[in-house]
Ligand binder design. Structure first.
Ligand code: COA
Ligand code: NAD
Length: 695
């Protein structure tokens, strides 16, 4: 029965089995079921010990996140766990798969914990904007000591079974086997040895070292970048110095406070949005095509990265470059990246050798692609070159092979149209570095075969990436929205703001980097080339970022030339503002007849985020993105939008669309072309609705 807990007995051992697929989340029904089972156990005179275990692929993955934001329902988890702990006959938790969050808290309420090989435990609550709220921060330090508990709670990391045993979180490690059998065997051993109940709450709390806590606060705050929960988690763990029930109450108070916070709302939104992006109604019953052998055309920055991602996903890769020398260079670049993984302990030397000798071929002969199931083109960003490549692919690839382009901006439909099989052509837009960044936009031109699209999603899943469907437009979802908020930043620079102030305001908002530091990293030539390409079709009312063109013309291309907006040298490898820029900008403003004015941080933020949300509303309104949540996932995973704000659409909902629209309308007074409100935004405000109503 779904959502419930079964009680049965194997001899004198009671088995309390949680059955709530797929991950045994602690829904109200599960909490009530555990409560009932503990009552039954107490009354069952023939049961000498109880084993709590999870049905299916794992123990318990924690609180049911879909219940967050709704009124809490009894029984509450802390009470259920206290009841488990209070049992006067031994209770054993058998952990297989994962015991996360409330799942680990349940296990900590048991008197003994057994982990099966392959299991891991953790308290990931801070990634969801809360702290453990059912005793995790109080019981864990009593088992591990203070620092390991602080580490586990603030980092949210998964602790493998062996380490959990070393830290004293679990009492025994057993080979992977049936959890019920392992639990019964352990319980019988305990009883035979005359071992009784052993409550974690009765163990002494570790001593608190105030200086050490302060050091942790500094370290975690620096890493958290505006997120509250990881820092609050330190206070929760520190409360273990109080008498146990007072510590529990303090932990619960902190948990409940965070549960109502916008950050928790945003982070849970991000969690579900990431899982919903790949669920598209039109693909529900569509099978992906076979996928074992991938072709990659071009072995530059993107091609080599994509090849690494495919190789690490277990695929065979044939990479095609322009000539033998370029092919060798590409293979060497792939080898270096894999070597880096070996050095960092992420890949064994044996696995690296197998990849390079058995599964990678880099050559210049397109005929080698005859067996490929899917080919990703990553050559120069030129329609002419790409169309040439696709014409070649059309002649060499077998029927049914999916042909994909990694273009950033070009019309995927126009590329498809040059082949005799346009329905098999899609865009697969990876982000740099492609073997690291999790986002892929699956670009679907009109008339694409759903199977080809499903195969694009399947490739992303194999690579453990997050795929988001995008329609065709200039820049697709992400780069199109980026162009809009970049333009808003450039307008401010033209009108008097310093690029450094803008970067600072954007970093203060929670992005890892501002737009000008980003330009320097990517290279100012990229934006310049894009502007050149669009120049012929540019609307006369569009403002040109003269400063960016000027820097390009001065050969200041960013990090690669040591100078862009910032100066990069041995002294400041990460860059320092260049004072000469002030003069350069002052000259440009004078040339353009602009009287400079200042932009305070909140004004910068209003314009940057306003432009982002307005363009995103257009992207959704036009159907380029299916839902606002698709935009959120793209900005979170491709552009560094702070996760604890949920993405631009979630953030806009939290601020209130009415306020966003009012700001945009006010800005339209100074530039009614750029700040024209998106029809969808105006419509939602008129209806009193929010973006979430469209998810
Ligand atoms: N509450 C509600 N639903 C949950 C859930 C939870 N705690 N954890 C997972 N799910 C759902 C997912 O939404 C997904 O649903 P879908 O199939 O309808 O999309 C399904 O369970 C499977 O999850 P998924 O993440 O796709 O599976 P996985 O095997 O890759 O990972 C976990 C499993 C448990 C590791 C992962 O889901 C996870 O980290 N969950 C959150 C755990 C957590 O943070 N718990 C603490 C809560 S305070
Ligand atoms: P790059 O210049 O680093 O690499 C392009 C490679 O393609 C070169 O090695 C070149 O030798 C090869 N090539 C050119 N013509 C070829 C042909 N006919 N046959 C085989 N190989 C050929 O460029 P990049 O940055 O890797 O970009 C590639 C594509 O990916 C572009 O369309 C770009 O817009 C897109 N893209 C780039 C990024 C990024 O951040 N760099 C991100 C997403 C998408």
């Amino acid at each position: 029965m779904a959502g419930s807990v079964a009680y049965e007995r194997k001899g004198r051992i009671a088995l309390i089995r949680v059955m709530n697929p797929p991950v045994n989340a602690l829904s109200q029904a599960v909490r009530a079921g555990l409560d009932d089972a503990m009552e039954q156990f107490a009354e069952d005179d023939d049961a000498a010990a109880a084993v709590i275990l999870g049905d299916g692929r794992s123990f318990i993955a924690g609180a049911d996140l879909s219940e967050f934001g709704k009124p809490p329902q009894r029984p509450y988890l802390p009470d259920v766990i206290n009841r488990i702990e209070a049992a006067d006959k031994p209770v054993i938790a058998v952990i297989h798969g994962t015991a996360l969050g409330g799942g680990l808290e349940v296990a900590l309420g048991a008197h003994y914990r057994v982990a099966l090989e392959g299991a891991s435990v953790g308290l990931p609550e801070v990634t969801l904007g809360v702290v453990p709220g059912a005793g995790g921060t109080q019981r864990l330090p009593r088992l591990t000591g203070l620092e390991p508990a602080l580490d586990i709670v603030t980092s949210a990391r998964r602790v493998p079974a062996a380490e959990a045993a070393e830290l004293g979180i679990v009492d025994a490690l057993r080979p992977a086997s049936d959890p019920a059998e392992a639990g019964v065997a352990f319980a019988e051993e305990l009883l035979a040895a005359g071992q009784g109940v052993r409550r974690v709450r009765e163990l002494p709390a570790p001593g608190i070292d105030a200086a050490m806590l302060d050091a942790w606060r500094d370290k975690v705050a620096a890493r958290a970048g505006g997120q509250i929960a990881p820092v609050t988690a330190i206070d929760a763990v520190a409360a273990c110095a109080l008498p146990f029930t007072d510590g529990l109450a303090e932990e619960r108070r902190l948990f409940e406070h965070l549960r109502e916070s916008p950050q928790r709302d945003a982070l849970v939104h991000a969690f579900f949005a990431e899982r919903k992006v790949a669920r598209l109604p039109e693909l529900e019953d569509v099978a992906a095509r076979a996928l074992g052998h991938v072709g990659v055309i071009g072995g530059g920055t993107m091609g080599a990265g994509i090849a690494v991602a495919a190789l690490l996903a277990g695929l065979e890769v044939t990479l095609i470059e322009r000539d033998g020398e370029a092919a060798e260079a590409a293979a060497a670049s792939i080898g270096r990246t894999l070597e880096g993984s070996v050095q960092r302990g992420k890949l064994s030397a044996g696995a690296r050798d197998e990849i390079l000798t058995e599964r990678l071929r880099a050559l210049s002969d397109y005929d080698a692609l005859a067996r490929a199931d899917l080919v990703i083109e990553a050559v120069f960003e030129s329609m002419e070159v790409k169309q040439e490549v696709f014409a070649r692919l059309d002649t060499v690839c077998r029927p049914g092979a999916v042909l994909a382009t990694n273009t950033s901006y070009l019309d995927v439909g126009a590329i498809a149209a040059t082949t005799s099989r346009p329905a098999d052509v899609i865009g697969l837009h990876f982000f740099s570095p492609a073997h690291v960044m999790k986002l892929v936009e699956v670009v679907v031109p009109e008339g694409a075969d759903p199977q080809a699209v499903a195969t694009g999603f399947a490739l992303a899943a194999k690579m453990r990436k997050i795929a988001v469907r995008s329609g065709v437009c200039d820049g697709f979802i992400g780069n199109r929205i980026l162009s809009a908020y970049r333009a808003a930043a450039d307008h401010m620079v033209l009108d008097g703001a310093s690029p450094f102030e803008i970067d600072r305001a954007v970093v203060n908002f929670g992005f890892p980097m501002g737009p000008y530091a980003m330009s320097d990293l990517a290279g100012l030539d990229i934006g310049y080339m894009t502007r050149q390409r669009k120049a012929a079709t540019r609307d006369a009312r569009e403002r040109v970022p003269v400063h960016a063109d000027r820097l390009y013309e001065l050969g200041r291309l960013g990090r690669k030339t040591g100078r862009g907006y910032y100066i990069y040298d041995d002294e400041t490898p990460k860059g320092r503002p260049d004072p000469e820029l002030d003069t350069l900008l002052a000259d440009i403003r004078a040339e353009l007849g602009i009287t400079p004015r200042s932009f305070p941080g909140d004004e910068i933020r209003k314009r940057y985020i306003g432009a982002m949300v307005n363009e995103a509303a257009r992207v959704v309104g036009e159907g380029v993105a299916r839902r606002p949540l698709d935009v959120d996932v793209v900005l979170l995973h491709g552009y560094g939008f702070p996760r604890w704000r949920g993405g631009p659409m979630k953030h806009a909902d939290q601020i209130g669309l009415y306020h966003i629209l009012a700001d945009i309308r006010a800005l339209a007074q100074e530039d009614d072309f750029f700040w024209e409100p998106a029809p969808l935004l105006a419509d939602l405000v008129a209806r009193g609705a929010d973006f979430d109503s469209l998810n």
